[in-house]
Design a protein around this ligand. Structure first.
Ligand code: ADP
Length: 433
């Protein structure tokens, strides 16, 4: 103990105080020693000055040691304290330690060695206790902080859940609105298309050139509007999981030719050549022919819409006995790689402005994506700005319907046993959908 210690001795007996003083001096303790003779004086001294240790007699004239130590404790005065007991007071000393005293020493055992040993250990115990109390306090604080953070997180989680719930409700409302509106719009649209077709019939009289032109415009616009309405209806059904595939065995090349036939006039109107190449050993597939045609019409109408000069190719071939690929390639404006993923999202178009050159709902590719996923297929996209685009769709020759048992026997098509290859319908990379 090299530093000067401030020590307080509390005892009404002058001889006993001297014994402590002598013993500490003899032991060579570097100290400033203060002496008081009763509990009140000791309390005032400890309230105003920080001591390194206090030795106090258990039998003080104004109070006994237990009251003194309790008073220190309740006044939050912290100091290493050693009770000096008379012979036979050890039992009491134990009580005092429980109440907060650091150590005790029988007056009969006071010697320089003993006293310095008790002093050292009292200071050490006191420091260790203070340290432990500090660590405990820090632990309590960080525990409380964690509790508060946990509560905050729980509150935020509840808020997110509520918001999610509200979003879900709004989204369901939107889907319902889209489905109802598009369904309701279809009836008058069909009437407009139907009656304009009837007007062309000669039994209702010959139309003038101008009238025929107007009826043709009504018919074309009506058809276009119906196509848009159908897109919205399909999309809302797909979103709600209410669109089922109606699979049957059919000749895929026939459906391809039908779709190409329907789109040829549009390609001709833009002076684009539309070429079809079918290279199939087996033209039969098990799928939904209406949806296959829809996929091809969507891809072709995009190819025609986004191409000003050049050609559009449709290619159908077998990837293996169990897989068929349909490719639509154009020499159009192309798509930048950063847009590859985005354009498959609903209502997303490369040009999102209302003054955009190319019309459309932005639903075509989102619908294709959902349909191809349902069929267990994949979409690949390759494109270069200003050069053209290629959409490749790989489909299992035989799709597996959700209602089918997983181990349903693979059907026989044209003598070959064909297995459904619905393994990983989710796919996405910069080029693959
Ligand atoms: P829409 O054609 O109604 O805008 P789609 O979902 O079919 O909606 O296509 C989304 C967007 O992807 C298009 O707006 C266009 O920006 C881009 N895109 C699709 N096909 C092609 C293509 N063949 N060439 C260039 N861009 C295309």
């Amino acid at each position: 103990m090299k530093q000067t210690l401030k020590i307080l001795v509390v005892d009404d007996n002058e001889v006993d105080r001297m014994a402590v003083r002598d013993a500490l001096t003899k032991a060579g303790v570097q100290m400033e020693l203060f002496e008081v003779s009763d509990g009140n004086d000791a309390f005032s001294a400890l309230s105003t000055t920080a001591y390194d240790c206090v030795f106090f007699d258990y039998h003080l004239p104004d109070q006994h040691g237990l009251t003194f130590i309790q008073q220190l404790h309740s006044s939050k005065i912290k100091v290493p304290s050693v009770v000096l007991t008379a012979q036979g007071d050890e039992q009491i000393a134990v009580q005092l330690i429980k109440a907060g005293a650091t150590d005790y020493l029988s007056k009969s055992k006071i010697s320089p060695e003993m006293l310095v040993q008790v002093l050292r250990s009292a200071i050490r115990i006191y420091r260790a206790e203070t340290q432990a109390a500090l660590v405990n306090q820090q632990l309590r604080e960080s525990h409380e902080q964690l509790l508060r953070k946990n509560q905050e997180l729980e509150r935020q989680q509840q808020q997110i859940q509520m918001q999610n719930f509200k979003l879900l409700e709004v989204s369901q409302l939107k889907s319902h609105f889209l489905a109802t509106m598009s369904h309701e719009l279809r009836t008058p649209m069909n009437a407009i298309i139907g009656f304009s077709q009837i007007l062309f019939r000669s039994k209702f009289g010959q139309l003038s050139h101008q009238q025929a032109d107007m009826v043709e415009r009504i018919l074309n616009n009506g058809k276009h509007l119906l196509m848009l309405v159908n897109e919205v209806l399909d999309f809302s059904k797909l979103e709600a999981g209410r669109l089922d595939l109606k699979a049957e065995i059919f000749d895929v090349s026939k459906v391809i030719n039908l779709a190409v036939g329907e789109m040829r006039s549009l390609a001709d109107a833009k002076n684009l050549s539309l070429l079809v190449q079918t290279d199939l050993q087996n033209t039969l597939v098990f799928n939904d022919p209406v949806r296959i045609k829809q996929i091809l019409i969507n891809l072709l109408s995009n190819a025609i819409k986004f191409t000003e000069h050049g050609e559009i190719w449709v290619e159908v071939k077998e990837l293996s006995a169990s897989q068929v690929t349909i490719v639509v390639r154009d020499t159009g404006i192309g798509i930048a790689p950063r847009d590859f993923k985005r354009i498959f999202e609903a209502f997303r178009q490369v040009d999102q402005t209302i003054t955009r050159k190319y019309p459309g709902t932005g639903l075509g590719l989102a619908i294709i994506d959902s349909l191809v996923r349902m069929m267990g297929g994949k979409i690949f996209l390759e494109s270069k700005l200003g050069i053209g685009s290629m959409f490749k769709i790989e489909l299992p020759r035989q799709i597996r319907l959700f209602t089918e048992a997983a181990d349903a026997p693979a059907i026989q098509l044209d003598g070959d046993e064909i297995y459904s290859s619905v393994k990983n319908p989710h796919h996405s990379s910069s080029q693959t959908r």
